[in-house]
Design a protein around this ligand. Structure first.
Ligand code: ATP
Ligand code: MG
Length: 723
């Protein structure tokens, strides 16, 4: 094959990076400058031109979606499928190693991955077992502490309490947590990385094997590697591996999870003679969007400093919409999406991005009302839903009876007469005998329990044993189907009233389809069930979107890293929400929020909307906020404000006929009503005033009702209650 196709459509700097000599290389460049593209082309170049076997390449990216895309782009450049090429996330690759070498890693063969929810639950249970006050020792703080230590590569025995009793307690809790995980064969996310690192550190032969195998280490989004990830790369590289890393210090947004942008400097020290390539031309966004992003990020002081340019068109101004509240904001977005779709554009080319997951709900409701298909990435993903986790817990128990967190989750779900007291007895028995709950349950059933409680417990143990036996020979899909039925989960949720129960049943059935669509990797050395369970814990829902119809993309700005869309909405641009309240007072935190905003803006190729709400109900509370300071940091020349039809709060003057009684807007009331005012209508329910016109008996208001949609009402008949 001619070499040109691989180097075609690359600029000089990109070409220099792709063809860099076989030693360590660092590409440091701003958003949309082609870093990911360079990485893909480098892989193809190595394979096709340098004749390197795909087996010798290891590529690390940030999400599974990105990994899949990287593989397909490499294959399309080479014009042939490539096998034995390891591409994945740090977590995914670590997991793969641990599955292959579970023995050397000191894990049971059927170890289970627990997600952060399971982890939190486990910590809560631990506190309860140890009779430690969870208001003084907040489970989330303990979780944060444990994960933070693991991310730094530290085990309890590495930690010193410095004479601080609080710290001593934290370390002790970390220790007990480890013991529980060890007993149950449970591995949390941080543990995957730490253990994979220790696997190599402590097994010279194994390390030598992988060092020989992986010559070229390609890493995308390098600015967001944490200590343990970096250590993992370093130990693998040794003195013979050739790392090729690309990143952007301005897009480091995971400091809170231990990511250290300083690794960019460290890298150059650890790998002397590194070739450094800078890319400065942006190919993604219009000049307007790019200039706005550049101006914003210039407000950060800790930067390596670089400017991006484009020779593309100026494009349209960034549109700014000031909404009365979150519903008005959602309506605005829907209106624009409708136009976008009506113009024949793909829905998937539009993305709605926000700072926090909770913001998606209102947007989702409006999208549902408007019948616009959408998909939420991240957030409460499919595999994180309660009913799905119930079903997975049954499957986990089938695979491993010692899995305490699965045991606790379903021992009385659906309810089968195993009360809190019985569970408490099991726990203390398990604690006293250092054994899993499963064994404790069997023991106390024959000894300590009343015959009724004992029967209930034995029945549960029986169900699990029977399920394991009856499904051993079934396909994965039939297995899942069998379990959701015989466990009683389906019947249980069918009884739950209303739409919620229905959705849960649908989701359970969807799990059967997920199992059906799941392709077990024949190269993996675990059972398809274990592989499926790992997949569920690790890849939570990410794969689904592909199979679905064309739909609008919703995600947090964090999840949008590396992606691009022709049309982007950044919603909730309010101080306190974005930048987040807890970061405002902390200069470093504020800079990280600004980098996140930079990431958000630079996702847009052609059209960018910024929206904010004067009033927002979030987590059940009303907040009144100012527009985000980040908006003010974008020069006016790039922004065009879209004024609502009626400006600001304007009282409606109507002729008084009688005094308003209570909080009711009596006909002809002289009470001023405000745009954005919340009202209640006897038939339509709760809503918000969006607009008003006319006077006296003719005064009309436009109200956006939460369920009934938007309606114009004549004030004197509507009998609205103020809220
Ligand atoms: P981010 O920092 O957001 O991850 P990035 O630096 O990885 O961005 P890419 O996603 O690789 O940038 O590239 C951005 C867009 O520009 C992509 O659509 C890519 O195909 C396009 N692009 C990059 N380089 C070129 C080029 N030389 N010619 C044409 N298009 C290019
Ligand atoms: Mg990229």
């Amino acid at each position: 094959m001619d070499v040109t196709p691989i180097l075609e459509s690359l600029n000089d700097a990109q070409r220099q990076a792709v063809t860099a000599p076989a030693k360590s290389t660092l590409v440091i460049a701003g958003a949309g400058s082609g870093k990911t593209r360079v990485l893909v082309h480098r892989a193809a170049w190595l394979i096709d031109v340098e004749g390197i076997s795909p087996q010798s390449l290891l590529a690390v990216t940030f999400t599974n979606k990105a990994a899949a895309e990287m593989r397909s782009r490499i294959e399309s450049l080479l014009g042939t499928p490539v096998n034995h090429l390891w591409i994945g996330t740090f977590h995914g690759l670590a997991h793969r190693l641990l599955r292959r070498h579970w023995r050397e890693a000191g894990l049971p063969q059927n170890f289970q991955i627990i997600d952060s929810d399971d982890q939190l639950r486990l910590i809560k249970r631990l506190l309860k077992n140890l009779e430690i006050d969870d208001s003084r020792w907040v489970p989330r703080d303990i979780q944060y502490f444990i994960n933070g230590q693991k991310d730094e590569g530290l085990r309890p025995q590495h930690l010193d309490d410095d004479g601080d009793p609080d710290r001593r307690q934290m370390i002790a809790l970390y220790q007990s947590y480890e013991e529980i995980c060890g007993r149950g064969g449970l591995v949390d996310f941080a543990e995957l990385l730490l253990r994979a690192h220790e696997l190599w550190r402590d097994n010279a032969e194994l390390l030598a094997h992988y060092r020989r195998r992986f010559q070229h280490l390609l890493v995308d989004e390098f600015q967001d590697t944490n200590a343990i990830q970096y250590a993992w790369l370093r130990i693998l590289a040794g003195t013979t591996g050739i790392p090729f890393v690309v990143g952007d210090d301005d897009q480091s947004i995971y400091r809170w999870r231990g990511a250290r942008v300083e690794h960019i400097h460290q890298f150059q020290k650890d790998f002397p003679g590194t070739t450094v390539v800078k890319l400065e031309q942006n190919y993604r966004s219009t000049a307007t969007i790019l200039n706005a992003a550049n101006a914003l990020i210039a407000n950060n002081s800790s930067r390596m400093g670089k400017n991006l340019w484009t020779d593309g068109a100026d494009g349209e101004a960034i549109k700014l919409y000031s909404a009365y509240n979150e519903r008005d904001e959602a309506d605005f977005v829907i209106g624009r999406l409708r136009d976008w779709i009506a113009q024949g554009n793909l829905r998937a080319d539009a993305a709605i991005l926000y700072r926090s997951n909770a913001q998606s709900r209102v947007l989702e409701e409006s999208l549902i009302n408007a019948r616009i298909p959408y998909r939420v990435y991240g957030g409460l993903r499919f595999f994180e839903r309660a009913e799905i986790k119930d079903a997975l817990a049954y499957l986990r128990l089938i695979s491993n009876r010692d899995d305490d967190s699965a045991f606790e989750r379903v021992v009385n779900r659906p309810t089968r007469g195993i009360g809190a007291r019985t569970v408490e007895l099991m726990r203390s028995w398990a604690r006293a005998n250092s054994c899993p709950l499963w064994r404790a349950a069997g023991a106390i059933a024959s000894d300590e329990l009343s015959s009724r409680a004992a029967n209930a417990v034995l029945a549960f143990l029986n169900i699990i044993e029977r399920m394991a036996r009856d499904t051993a020979e079934l396909s994965l899909e039939d297995r899942v189907d069998h379990v959701i039925h015989t466990s009683g989960l389906i019947d249980f949720f069918k009884k739950e009233k209303g739409e919620k129960g229905e959705t849960r049943v649908e989701n359970l059935l969807e799990l059967v389809s997920a199992a059906k669509g799941f392709k077990a990797d024949p190269a993996e050395e675990m059972s398809p069930l274990d592989e499926f369970l790992s997949h569920a814990a690790l890849e939570a829902g990410e794969g689904q979107a592909d199979a679905w119809e064309d739909c609008v993309q919703l995600m947090t700005m964090h999840s949008a890293k590396g992606l691009e869309f022709p049309l982007v909405f950044l919603c909730g641009m309010e101080d306190g929400l974005f930048p987040h309240q807890r970061s405002i007072a902390d200069p470093q935190g504020l800079e990280e929020e600004r980098r996140l905003c930079y990431v958000g803006i630079t996702r847009a190729k052609q059209y960018l909307y910024l929206t904010y709400a004067e009033q927002r109900r979030l987590h059940g509370m009303d907040n009144y906020s100012q527009a985000s300071r980040f908006i003010a940091e974008i020069p006016d020349e790039y922004i065009e404000e879209i004024r609502p039809r009626v400006q600001v709060s304007r009282p409606v003057q109507t002729t008084p006929r009688r005094r308003p009684s209570g909080g009711s807007l009596a006909p002809g009331s002289d009470m001023g009503i405000r745009l954005g005012q919340r009202v209640r209508h006897i038939k339509f329910g709760d809503g918000v005033i969006l607009n008003c016109e006319g006077q006296g008996a003719h005064a009309r208001v436009e109200v956006n009702f939460e369920t009934a949609g938007t309606k114009w009402l004549v004030l004197s008949y509507a009998n609205l209650d103020l809220m």
